[in-house]
Design a binder for this molecule. Structure first.
Ligand code: FAS
Ligand code: PHB
Length: 390
């Protein structure tokens, strides 16, 4: 088989890249180790920056997003038992975010790919990017007991943090920056009405909590938990009781509880690989970086990587210029590090760390009071939350 670009991974990064390349007339095949249902069964992000919405529009996959997505012009910070609204819209000259689950984004992109008649190889084992140091890279994989090879011009490693692409780069060719946080997020999805019309980020002496949603009838909640805890340690009742303890009185009274339809613990880490281009292999999305979800940046950062990479490949094929692919890593990493900083800052400000001594606790509260009282600080949080320009 032969194509122009092989994309490894059928998550949001790989799917969005595939549609953008198709729009520019660039042939691509996605090779994915899991099946469609497994991918759609993962509950992840929920907040979309305008840049991602614009790209969904660009590839013609945004109809349901505009119909069902919830436009949010603000978020709330709850600390010291008081809720403070951050007017994102006012602080950014009218920008907002859209609440729409990553699962739905992935589904919409899968449907668009199907409609375009593009090839996705699911259940591919032993996917291996090869010869990407030269100008004739290829990807091999095993399916139904047979080994297949796809010759191509470029490989896009969109295979997430645990994927093969980054691991295929020789150790000396890549530098990794990492911060692992000493806690996790226990998340619950429930078919109950959200406790508040906008997201509430909570700093509480018992730990962080987040009240989010997927629609007017489906809520997504998180509480910070210890890394040695297991999801089986948390009955629904125990979760709802702990969430209530971290909320202000009004929210605690209004909270509608119900059976969890998904419950999982996600570890938190900050991670960046440098560079993210290796000859004819490019990394994009979680394959290149990880952010703690506190800033709602993970999925959105994948979108900006894919924007830069699709533009670079368009320049190569259409304008016969290598400038974009030569500059991809530097350009993407500049925005990646700004999102890493914001996600680290939000996480540091809102979570209870094991070494949160009285001094650190006062600094966290001072940071939060400064954010809600200073127009400049509110504007800084807001412009990062709605998404810095591409
Ligand atoms: P993904 O990991 O989504 O997709 C990678 C794909 O590659 C997968 O389908 C995988 O099966 C495939 N793959 C892996 N190895 C392969 C191989 N060897 N061969 C072929 N295919 C391979 N972000 C937020 O903004 N907010 C959140 O609340 C949030 N919560 C999260 C919770 C969890 C548990 C996780 C893991 C992430 C969360 N994220 C969140 C971040 C998440 O949304 C990612 O940023 C987003 O999935 C990135 O998309 P991709 O880069 O496509 O990677
Ligand atoms: C979510 O709805 O899953 C969500 C929203 C905002 C975040 C993290 C997760 O910062």
């Amino acid at each position: 088989m032969r194509t122009q670009v092989v994309i490894i991974g059928s998550g949001p990064s790989g799917l969005l890249l595939g549609q953008l390349l198709h729009k520019h007339g660039i042939d691509n095949i996605i090779v994915e180790r899991k099946d469609r249902d497994y991918i759609l069964g993962r509950i992840r992000a929920g907040v979309l920056e305008q840049g991602l919405v614009a790209q969904m529009d660009e590839v013609g996959a945004a109809a349901r997003l505009h119909k069902e997505g919830l436009i949010h012009g603000g978020i709330e910070l709850l600390f010291g038992d008081v809720r403070h609204r951050i007017d994102l819209n006012a602080a950014t000259g009218g920008k907002n975010v859209t609440v729409y689950g990553q699962t739905e984004v992935t589904y919409d992109l899968m449907e668009a790919r199907l409609a375009a008649g593009l090839v996705t190889v699911y259940d591919a084992d032993q996917v291996t990017p090869l010869d990407f140091a030269g100008d004739k890279p290829r990807v091999t994989y095993v399916k139904d007991g047979a080994t297949h090879a796809i010759d191509c011009d470029f490989i896009a490693g969109c295979d997430g943090f645990h994927g093969i692409s980054r691991r295929s780069v020789s150790a000396g060719g890549i530098q990794e920056f990492e911060r692992v946080y000493p806690f996790g997020w226990l998340g619950v999805l429930s078919d109950t009405p959200p406790v508040s019309p906008e997201l509430i980020y909570v700093r509480n002496e018992r730990g962080f909590a987040l009240c989010s949603m997927r629609s007017h009838t489906r809520s997504r909640y998180y509480v910070q938990c210890r890394l040695d805890e297991h999801v089986d340690d948390w009955s629904d009742d125990k979760f709802w009781d702990e969430l209530r303890r971290r909320l202000d009185e009004e929210a605690a009274d209004k909270l509608v509880t119900g059976p969890s339809i998904e419950k999982s613990i996600a570890p938190l880490r900050s991670f960046v690989a440098e560079p993210i281009r290796f000859g004819r292999l490019f990394l994009a999305g979680d394959a290149a970086h990880i952010v703690p979800p506190t800033g709602a940046k993970g999925l959105n950062l994948a979108a900006s990587d894919v924007h830069y990479l699709s533009q670079a490949l368009r320049e190569f094929y259409v304008e016969k210029s290598p400038a974009g692919i030569d500059h991809y890593s530097t350009k993407a990493l500049a925005r990646i590090w700004k999102a890493e900083r914001f996600s680290w800052w939000m996480t540091s400000m809102l979570h209870r760390f094991s070494d949160t001594d009285p001094f650190t606790a006062r600094i966290q509260l001072a940071e939060l009071n400064y954010v809600v009282e200073s127009k400049a600080a509110t504007a800084s949080l807001s412009e990062n939350y709605v998404g810095l320009p591409y």
